[in-house]
Design a protein around this ligand. Structure first.
Ligand SMILES: [Zn+2]
Length: 306
């Protein structure tokens, strides 16, 4: 069965290999809609910063200045024929043949300095976003829902029973949305109970909203979807199978509806085209002419890590 997946983090730890002793080098693989089932979705370039950035790998054993950035990296030598680079939240790892001269490694790094510094910045920004999204599970915590903050309120008298929850608009002044999620939990509830009750509510909302959006867009695309599965994969927003099964990451429910719609339409369009060729994008564009803006907004998101 054919299946296409929509990666969450396009550029996570994508290794870049460089032939060590030859002139030719493989170009960085940026987002290419023709990559097929495992295409990568790159993040936008990092915002300019003022202080010269420093990046330090926890196991750093060499350092270099690239493009104005001070980079302490982890050099790993082994039985390989090429010099490869990997960037993840820890920093830069360089894998080199056992006998590569330091000057040769430096030259390979300089050759790809733009790619390396961009990836390091992106990894740092992603880490910072995830830190900012950490939720302290207590009364008054704020959780994003459809792009808006929802304040958690513990209310054991809440009628929907233990673990139940109801969304109320606490201050319905026009233009000032203030949503409160009343959880049927006592004030003595543990952070874990809060998290579980909130996630259960969010997943119910995800199924409701995603189903409605799939039903809304499927006729416009002239396709029929069969099943909705909610995933919590840390690395994917969605996937589609040729038999009409759609899987969507329930954490999309944190995002604005225009962004959710983009993922819904993207996956439905795969029921026409199991690839990312020009015809695939024509299907997407026919329904969402501004899909590129929505896709950019999605690229700026990180999945919450709770
Ligand atoms: Zn796709």
């Amino acid at each position: 069965m054919r299946q296409l997946l929509l990666d969450l983090f396009g550029d996570t730890a994508q290794p870049l290999d460089t032939p060590a002793n030859q002139g030719e080098q493989r170009a960085p693989q940026h987002s290419n809609p023709k990559h097929g089932a495992h295409d990568r979705w790159d993040s936008p370039p990092p915002a300019p910063t003022h202080a010269p950035p420093r990046f330090t790998h926890p196991r750093a054993n060499r350092a270099i200045v690239l493009d104005g950035a001070h980079i302490a990296y982890h050099l790993r030598r082994g039985q390989r024929r090429t010099i490869g680079f990997t960037v993840d939240t820890g920093g830069l790892t360089v894998s080199a043949p056992r006998w590569s001269a330091p000057a040769e490694i430096d030259a390979a790094l300089r050759e790809k300095q733009r790619w390396i510094v961009t990836k390091l910045n992106q990894a740092r920004q992603r880490h910072e976003r995830l830190q900012a999204m950490r939720i302290v599970w207590q009364e008054g915590a704020s959780v994003p829902f459809l792009g808006q903050p929802v304040i958690l309120h513990l209310d054991a008298r809440q009628r929907h029973g233990p673990g139940g929850a109801v969304l109320t608009s606490a201050n319905p002044s026009p233009g000032v949305p203030c949503l409160t999620l009343r959880l049927g939990l006592p004030h003595s509830a543990s952070p874990e109970q809060l998290r579980e009750a909130t996630q259960a509510w969010l997943m119910r909302q995800a199924r409701r909203v995603f189903t409605a959006r799939l039903d809304h867009f499927a006729p416009q695309l002239g396709v029929r979807w069969q099943r909705l599965g909610l995933s919590s994969a840390g690395t994917r927003w969605g996937s589609a199978s040729a038999d009409g099964a759609i899987r969507l990451n329930w954490r999309l429910i944190h995002l604005r509806e225009p962004v959710i719609d983009y993922v819904v339409v993207h996956e439905l369009a795969h029921l026409h085209e199991m690839n990312h060729g020009p015809r695939f994008w024509q299907h997407v564009q026919a329904v969402l002419p501004d899909y590129a803006d929505r896709r950019n907004e999605l690229r700026n998101q990180s999945a919450s890590n709770w």
